[in-house]
Design a protein around this ligand. Structure first.
Ligand code: ADP
Length: 383
């Protein structure tokens, strides 16, 4: 490919949004763009610092990728597209990348090096995971609607019959107590049916401008009223947060549920260390192109010192009615996921560095920022 000059070739490589790493025939790094440098986490302060170094040293922290590069140099052309897992930083697993590898040839066709172009597949995997969950929720919702229809009528009939029984039993307190217990069980079943129907109905949001810190504090107060909690509470709140355009009432339910779950997890496990970490800040979301950034997101986080959630349960805890608690309903996380998706956001679950669970609620800020701006403009106009 003819390129005007080497300066332009440098700009070109630097501007490519997917990662690009190339070596020459001696194995020295010939090109490494910023996206690659960021994803690979190579030593050195920037991509420029490692150019010219032997790739065996510069890419030592990524042995799988290094091996592919050297194999390509040796003439083993990679298949058209392939995937490999990068080594993560600290105890975090590295991302999976999709890559293509090719030998770099001069005009005579002689191999002069090897090049690997790649992109981070994590956002795609995350989107696929969310799609899978959404489909599953939709299927379960349809089933719930069918079941609800079949169950509600007999339940209503049973409720009427317990009323009749109560009247006939008149002065027999022992039997009356049994009938009341039966009646309570019927109402509980009816409540479960109603809750399961929630999954079929789309969430109707009533949005307004919400102060994120007030929202989190309010949720914390509600959670504390539900679960007695005596541990430490750390707060990690960013300064001067923008207002969020959202359904405050529903988000409060989501955050309250996350905090209640965190407190209950520590209570149930009888953890000796008890702390809760609440956070709110603004982060830039990841774009589907390697490492590129997109619109800012408001991120709420709730972390605890409980037993955490094992890998095999990480997806299942979001299923409706999945619960490990004696008195649990298993509705909270499924409902939370639906409300957050209704806001265009997502609910993430990871392991906290402290061993417990870490839930993050990510909400796009762009709509809220422009709404806040409009509100201020209206207020200025009115003044
Ligand atoms: P429920 O609280 O009624 O069980 P949820 O949908 O809120 O329903 O939670 C589902 C399950 O997820 C819980 O029963 C529990 O096993 C697990 N879970 C949720 N949050 C945590 C947490 N912070 N730590 C450990 N397990 C959790």
């Amino acid at each position: 490919m003819p390129v005007r000059d080497s300066l332009y070739a440098g700009w070109l490589v630097g501007s490519i949004r997917s990662g690009l790493v190339a070596i020459d025939e001696t194995g020295a790094l010939a090109a490494l763009n910023d996206a690659a440098h960021r994803l690979l986490g190579c030593a050195g302060s920037g991509a420029d610092a490692v150019i010219g170094q032997d790739c065996r040293a510069a890419l030592a922290s990524q042995p799988a990728l290094l091996e592919r590069l050297l194999q390509t140099l040796d003439g083993h052309e990679a298949p058209g597209r392939a995937e490999l897992s990068l080594v993560g930083r600290g105890d975090r697993p590295g991302p999976t990348i999709g890559y293509t590898a090719a030998a770099v040839r001069d005009d005579e066709g002689v191999v002069r090096g090897a090049v690997l172009q790649f992109r981070d597949l994590t956002p795609y995997e995350r989107t696929a995971e969310q799609d899978r969950l959404r489909d599953r929720l939709a299927a379960l919702g349809e089933m719930a609607a069918g079941l609800a229809h079949e169950i509600r009528n007999p339940l209503a009939g049973m409720e009427i019959l317990t009323g009749l029984l109560r009247r006939r039993l008149g002065e027999r307190p022992e039997e009356l107590a049994l009938v009341n217990e039966l009646s309570a069980e019927i109402r509980r079943a009816a409540q479960t049916v109603t809750e399961s129907l929630e999954f079929v109905r789309p969430v109707a949001l009533r949005c307004d401008l919400v102060d994120p810190i007030e929202l989190l504090e309010e949720s914390f107060a509600k959670a504390r009223a539900r679960v007695p909690f005596s541990g430490d509470v750390e707060r990690d709140y960013a300064e001067s947060l923008p207002a969020l355009y959202a359904d405050g009432e529903r988000l409060e339910c989501v955050l309250t549920n996350l905090i209640v779950n965190a407190m209950e997890a520590m209570e149930e496990a009888g953890s000796t260390r008890r702390w809760l970490r609440l956070g709110v800040g603004v982060e830039r979301g990841e774009d589907l192109d390697a490492g590129a950034e997109r619109d800012p997101e408001l991120v709420f986080s709730v972390a605890d010192a409980g037993p955490g959630i094992s890998d095999d349960l990480r997806e299942r805890v979001f299923y409706p009615f999945f619960t490990t608690k004696e008195a649990g309903t298993g509705v909270g996380l499924a409902q939370a996921q639906k409300i957050i998706a209704g806001h265009g956001g997502r609910l993430e679950l990871t392991a906290d560095a402290g061993g417990g669970a870490l839930f993050r609620v990510r909400l796009p800020l762009s709509a809220g920022e422009s709404a806040a701006h409009d509100l201020q403009a209206n207020q200025r106009g009115a003044a």
